[in-house]
Design a protein around this ligand. Structure first.
Ligand code: IVH
Length: 719
């Protein structure tokens, strides 16, 4: 539709449409930003938004301050205007006691202050989260946001309205009538995921040569920087969020806080924090005030609870402490407030702190410290991990000296260097990590971290395969780190089944240099074992007995135990069945290996390469010399067994047989038991609650046996 300003009826229609669009857009913004329950596809929202923009450009008088098109706007400022808070923004008394005593002490003071008898019922409190952002005061005049200010020194703050308007969660117009002047207090913060995304983007900008950009130390610092940003367009790019936690009413419907230059003259009632006006507006409790804020479309945390007495506070403190790490944003504690507003008024203030509220802190999850070195650790699979060695720092309840840098890309991305001052974070049980580097504290002459070209444990080449993020040591069993992994696999229940050889003992044996190769295990003596820390005589004997017992094994188990790449249990069985003897497998060519059913080129190549390595042949020879033995058969010895060449798949829960028993008996009859159903499957055995494998079998028309039929088959075959 063509629009022109000349026609009065058109202008009227435009005004109506604009008002409707504003209401619709505001409703959907509330659903999207505050309730996190969008109803409109983004594209449709954008379409309505553009329509409103078009109307406003034709009829500029429709461009009202609370129009959703007016969130980002205005030129960059030279400086912020000062705002005198009508009611000073007080600080809050802090309890740092992590025990229950913090809450109990507060409850005692409140009861005493109110003159409550010892047998009076428990006091109702509102328990809230203490958000780790920055305090903001919002002034709504007749429901329209007219001013936003920082806390400043509590008396005077800075006017940051243009920046605050960019926060989608903050309504420019309240969603329900709010006659007069109301002040909403709350916290502007940044979610952790938004913070990580912001820093990733900042790093990309820096990498692209943008000198003006920097990364942020933590979400609070990033939020504060955005709010105090002189250019509102930059503030609009920073993903900020908001929680409202306080409401004041300024009687008389007057204008916003006047500029500080005019002098700080506070209204009467300022000393009680505007409570008298709230009571006059019919609000009796803080919980009701929070409900009012919700009705108006402001975000109020869902974690807020009304609780009874000290016990209720203690329980809230403990529950939030446990849930803290799952929250999408940082908190540094909880806040307790007396629920009844008349009681708040009665309790009043001591100097600059109310007697009716207290903050109960949690231990900090982030601290600053210095990187003293960057070590590279080698894991059991040969993976190289750079680890920052930190000057010891108490964070998240423990002393932290190491923080993982994950891999080369991560270390480079964060550009952590020896000598850097860094923010270390430890949340819950997760491994401590370096969140960011304080660029301004970097000493001169630092060098970027570089992954070593060789394994720091064994000196073999460290390689990073294309498409992989990790460097790996290529030393294989020469590398003690990988030797541990190999031993662990060798001892596994489904391999050599050495029950008493656990992970701890493997570490000890390798670290003490007692076991360098697999055969060394079988050369261990009693004296060497009892010499190890925490190894009693009885345990040493148990270990020796289980090692001895493992010598009597089977060819598939032994093959699997060797840890040949791509040779799992099933392939080991296939190879053993096909070749019958170990020597035949060791000498097989790739072509011969490809003759084995289900062995493809990758497996064939891997087996051939493994046994082509003289070191591996030596290991096998020594193991045999140590007395390892297994029954050997004729090549394809199973060929004349009744189920030779047939592949079965087991699925669901069998009643009489265990899976392992069913598998063993099928194999005894010459069948192969596979893990997944394909066209090559000959039969599927389905127990109770069989799922997708059964469906697949039916789809492919493969015969399905139940347990009774399987048992009948075993009977018939005599296995
Ligand atoms: S109420 C008189 N509630 O903590 C009580 N403050 O207040 C005034 N803060 O920087 C504060 N979460 O921004 C209150 N749920 C919450 C809060 C909260 C965070 C901050 C506030 C200020 C500091 C001390």
């Amino acid at each position: 539709m063509e629009m022109s300003e000349s026609n009065p009826s058109e202008a009227q229609a435009a005004a109506q449409e604009a008002q409707h669009l504003r209401a619709t857009l505001n409703r959907h913004a509330h659903l999207y930003y505050v309730l996190d329950a969008p109803e409109l596809p983004d594209a449709e929202y954008d379409r309505l938004f553009q329509r409103l923009q078009a109307l406003e450009s034709t009829f500029p008088h429709l461009r009202v301050p609370d129009s959703p098109t007016q969130r980002v706007g205005g030129a960059a400022l030279e400086s912020f205007a000062k705002v005198a808070h009508r009611v000073p923004i007080l600080s809050i008394q802090t309890e740092t006691d992590t025990e229950a005593s913090g809450a109990q002490a507060f409850d005692q003071r409140v009861r005493k202050g109110l003159g409550l008898a010892a047998d009076a019922p428990p006091v109702d409190y509102v328990a809230e989260l203490k958000f780790d952002g920055l305090a903001i005061s919002l002034i709504y005049d007749e429901g329209v946001l007219v001013q936003a200010a920082t806390r400043g020194d509590g008396q005077t703050g800075e006017e940051v309205t243009a920046n605050i308007r960019t926060i989608g969660q903050i309504p420019l117009r309240l969603r329900a009538p709010a006659p007069g002047v109301w002040e909403v207090r709350g916290e502007v913060y940044m979610r952790r995921d938004d913070f990580d995304a912001l820093n990733t983007r900042q790093r990309a900008r820096i990498a692209a040569g943008d000198k003006g950009e920097k990364t942020f130390v933590n979400p609070r610092n990033a939020a504060a920087g955005a709010v105090r940003q002189l250019d509102p367009r930059i503030a609009a790019e920073r993903p900020l969020s908001f929680f409202a936690y306080g409401l004041l009413r300024h009687g008389g419907g007057s204008k916003p806080n006047r500029p500080a230059e005019e002098g700080v003259t506070r209204e009467s009632g300022a000393g009680d924090g505007g409570l008298a006006d709230l009571l006059a507006a019919g609000l009796q409790t803080h919980a009701q005030a929070l409900d009012r804020l919700r009705e108006w479309g402001l975000p109020v945390s869902e974690q807020v609870r009304v609780v009874q007495g000290a016990a209720g506070l203690v329980e809230f403190h403990a529950r939030i402490a446990a849930e803290r790490d799952q929250l999408p944003f940082d908190i540094d504690g909880v806040v307790y407030k007396v629920n009844r507003l008349d009681w708040q008024q009665q309790l009043g203030f001591v100097t600059r702190e109310p007697r009716w509220a207290v903050a109960h802190k949690y231990p900090a999850q982030e601290q600053l410290t210095v990187v003293e070195a960057i070590d590279v650790q080698v894991g059991r699979t040969g993976k190289l991990t750079p680890v920052a060695k930190l000057h010891p720092v108490f964070v998240g309840g423990v002393t932290v000296t190491n923080a993982t840098l994950h891999n080369e890309d991560e270390a480079r991305r964060k550009d952590v260097r020896v000598g850097d001052t860094v923010v270390v974070r430890r949340a819950g049980d997760v491994i401590p990590e370096v969140v960011s580097v304080l660029a301004e504290k970097r000493p001169p002459d630092t060098v970027p971290f570089q992954m070593p070209s060789h394994c720091p444990v064994c000196g073999s080449l460290a390689v990073r395969e294309p498409e992989e993020v990790d460097h790996r040591c290529s030393g294989g069993l020469f590398c003690s780190a990988q030797r541990k992994q190999a031993l662990w696999h060798f001892a596994h229940r489904r391999a050599m089944d050495i029950e008493d050889l656990g992970e701890k003992l493997i570490d000890q044996l390798v670290d003490a240099g007692l076991v360098k190769t697999l055969p060394d295990l079988y050369k261990l003596g009693f004296t060497a074992l009892v010499g190890l820390e925490r190894m009693a005589e009885k345990s040493a004997n148990n270990v020796l007995a289980s090692i001895e017992k493992s010598k009597d094994t089977t060819l598939p188990r032994f093959l699997f135990a060797l840890g040949i790449r791509h040779v799992g249990e099933t392939t080991a069985k296939d190879l053993a069945r096909h070749f019958g003897r170990l020597d035949a497998i060791m000498d097989a060519t790739v072509e011969q290996l490809l003759q084995v059913p289900d062995v493809g080129p990758v497996v064939a190549q891997s087996v051939q390469s493994f046994f082509a390595e003289p070191h591996h042949r030596e290991v096998v020879a020594q193991l045999r010399a140590c007395g390892l033995k297994w029954a050997e058969g004729e090549p394809t010895a199973g060929a004349n067994l009744p189920l030779a060449g047939q592949t079965f798949v087991l699925t669901g829960t069998l009643g009489q047989l265990t899976r392992d028993e069913a598998r063993a008996r099928l194999e005894a009859a010459g069948a192969k038991v596979a893990g997944s159903v394909s066209r090559k499957t000959h039969a599927v055995v389905a127990g109770a609650e069989a799922g997708s494998k059964l469906d697949k079998a039916r789809e492919l028309g493969i015969p399905v046996y139940d347990e009774a039929q399987l048992l009948a088959l075993f009977d018939q075959l005599g296995v």
